[in-house]
Ligand binder design. Structure first.
Ligand SMILES: [Zn+2]
Length: 402
């Protein structure tokens, strides 16, 4: 049984000077339209408790284009501007459904510059992508092929804080279920090793991460010494952004390989809900990176399990996975974070992480069998949407997939 899913494929590209100028202008207009429509909605909501619809915002946009002050909005492709209004509409939908906070302004500095083009605003021919208002196709580096016969339905162009350009192509794709297996695995999160599996395998952090982190710390120190507003500071900021981007890219790549492998090899994958778990205190930077890695890994496991017909079980974060002896069931009184190995009163010597991963697996399998106390999850508890849909939403938001 195959499954139809929306899947985004993201690539770097190198715009010509003309394309870069056109896109920068479009990004500026997208941000302006979003913020201005948000402002009007805020006035209507807080002033008159009135909701503004997408259609009303869209009509307002048409009016803005007619004013002398905002006539330049008519110079860029209208589609990304309309899409910005749609995104705003979605953000308000979540707000009114109490699923998200009140939408915030897009700032030039903090928000990612991006523009979304739907089918009518780009040409896709012989593997070449040409955006509206452009004569030349984009010079895309096809780091991996699109699926056979794939046709992009939505295209998102973005520029990150390191100044790199990306295009994300949202395509319809077919996914076949992974080969049947009865294997199950439990995962324990850590910092010294990113993940410990119940099989005893320890998955280390990506190879270059330690060195990259040292580089990042150095770049950040340099940035902090530069005078605010100076050209040197801007240069230093870009350097920091570049190192950040490299760490994130390598990590994402690594996590994709890991999550695909775990999902292909196992019918059931058990993880702990780590939303507020206190991971090792190993410096703030290391911790932030590991926490982010966990969030990403969990998200990937969630949608890949849905894709391949596997089960992901998320067990309660209060489960004493580290303190519980997997052999006799005794719960140790204390287990300080620096204890890597311990001996239970029954005489068994445990590797802390492997024991924890085994306990997580056992708890997950028990929960999966009787659904008692611990919740097996097939859908996101955060958003309540199915993973395939979530994937689509994230993809259209320009967040890198696979
Ligand atoms: Zn024991």
């Amino acid at each position: 049984m195959t499954q139809q899913v929306k899947r985004a494929f993201k690539y770097r590209f190198y715009p010509t000077d003309g394309q870069a100028a056109e896109l920068s202008r479009t990004f500026g207009c997208v941000r302006l339209v979003y913020n201005k429509a948000l402002e009007e909605r805020t006035r209507a909501w807080y002033g008159e408790q009135r909701r503004v619809s997408y259609v009303q915002s869209s009509a307002a946009l048409t009016e803005w284009k007619k004013t002398g002050e905002l006539a330049f909005l008519a110079e860029v492709s209208s589609v990304p501007l309309q899409q910005a209004l749609r995104h705003l509409q979605t953000a308000f939908g979540y707000f009114f459904a109490k699923r998200a906070k009140y939408p915030r302004c897009k700032s030039r500095k903090k928000s990612r510059a991006s523009a979304e083009y739907t089918r009518s605003a780009f040409k896709w021919r012989d593997g070449q992508l040409t955006l509206a208002k452009m004569a030349e196709p984009l010079d895309i580096r096809w780091s991996r092929p699109l699926p056979e016969g794939a046709e992009p339905t939505t295209v998102t162009v973005s520029r990150d804080s390191a100044g790199r350009w990306f295009v994300s192509l949202l395509c319809d794709d077919t996914i076949s279920p992974a080969p049947a297996t009865n294997a199950a695995v439990g995962l324990d999160a850590g910092i010294t090793s990113l993940v410990t599996l119940s099989t005893g395998e320890k998955v280390a952090n990506p190879k270059h991460e330690r060195r990259d982190r040292a580089r990042l710390a150095k770049a950040q120190r340099e940035l902090s010494r530069k005078v605010k507003g100076s050209a040197n500071r801007e240069k230093a900021r870009r350097k920091v952004a570049k190192v950040h981007a490299r760490i994130a890219d390598r990590r994402r790549d690594f996590l994709h390989k890991l999550s695909t492998r775990l999902v292909r090899e196992n019918q059931t994958v058990v993880i702990e809900d780590l939303t507020v778990r206190n991971l090792l205190k190993n410096g703030r930077l290391a911790r932030a990176i590991s926490d982010a890695a966990w969030t990403d890994l969990r998200m990937m496991l969630e949608y890949k399990c849905a894709w391949y017909g596997r089960e992901l079980v998320v067990i309660d974060r209060w489960f004493p996975s580290s303190k519980l002896c997997g052999t006799c069931g005794t719960v140790a009184a204390k287990m300080p974070l620096n204890v890597r190995e311990w001996t239970c009163e029954c005489g068994i010597v445990h590797d802390r992480d492997v024991n924890a991963a085994r306990n997580i697996l056992a708890a997950g399998l028990a929960a999966s069998a009787c659904g008692d106390g611990i919740r097996p999850q097939r859908e996101s508890s955060r958003t309540g949407r199915s993973w395939v849909k979530q994937e689509t939403r994230r993809a259209t938001a320009g967040i890198p997939r696979l």
